[in-house]
Design a binder for this molecule. Structure first.
Ligand SMILES: CC(C)(COP(=O)(O)OP(=O)(O)OC[C@H]1O[C@@H](n2cnc3c(N)ncnc32)[C@H](O)[C@@H]1OP(=O)(O)O)[C@@H](O)C(=O)NCCC(=O)NCCS
Length: 188
């Protein structure tokens, strides 16, 4: 799989995660509230963890694309998003995190729109899904704003184990055709 492309949205520049971002992402992704509602981000989080993350993403056999999201006007790193690609199924799982100081500004949604554009446009995948803990409704709202809808009940797991605790989750997804339709109907 090719390396993640550099992407731009109205307010954000999405750079493929690399070692050059390790110092900047550490305090942002390292906030305990980021680890709390994600399945694999540790806390505490060190610069060494960020370098490990960059190595992990660079390992092409893992088929992951991760971007850091920077404000175009100030260069401030506001968060990150990524896709874990299943080539055989032509699917990806979407994930994202935004620094707590930047919540509520639409950045997760804006980054998610770009990631879906890469998944369906660039990589021509068939489907993208994402899961969120029910106690994290803002993430559920982001997925709805991205055009995702809940998977059929019974077709996917509705719990994830985190720190030894089974936590209720919801899985949503969007197929390429639905994404295309939404693009066609989008204003402008
Ligand atoms: C979830 C997260 C990514 C959202 O980032 P963000 O940039 O604030 O998201 P956006 O601004 O694009 O959208 C947030 C939406 O949630 C809504 N929201 C906020 N708190 C909410 C709540 N308690 N209940 C319902 N909706 C809520 C906001 O109003 C907004 O919707 P709107 O645009 O319709 O008003 C961010 O909180 C985060 O990084 N959390 C920690 C990591 C994480 O949970 N990642 C996702 C794992 S699935």
């Amino acid at each position: 799989m090719n390396r993640a492309p550099l992407m731009e949205t109205e307010r954000l520049r999405l750079e493929p995660l690399g070692h050059e971002h390790a110092e900047a992402i550490t305090p942002v992704i390292g906030h305990p509230l980021i680890s709390d509602t994600t399945s694999s981000i540790p806390h505490p989080y060190t610069v060494a963890d960020a370098h490990w993350f960059a190595d992990h993403v660079a390992d092409e056999s893992r088929h992951e694309r991760v971007w850091v999201m920077l404000r175009k006007d100030t260069g401030t790193l506001v968060g990150g998003c990524g896709l874990v690609v299943d080539d055989e199924r032509r699917e990806a799982e979407l994930g994202y995190w935004v620094g707590v100081d930047h919540w509520g500004n639409g950045y997760a949604t804006e980054g998610g729109v770009a990631a879906l554009g890469d998944a369906f446009g660039g990589m021509a995948l068939d489907r993208v899904h994402a899961c969120f803990y029910l106690r994290n409704p803002s993430s559920g709202r982001v997925l709805v704003k991205l055009g995702m809808t809940p998977c059929d009940p019974g077709s996917c797991a509705d719990f994830l184990e985190k720190n030894g605790v089974r936590e209720p989750i919801q899985r949503l997804d969007i197929a390429r055709d639905r994404w295309r339709q939404a693009q066609a109907n989008a204003p402008g």
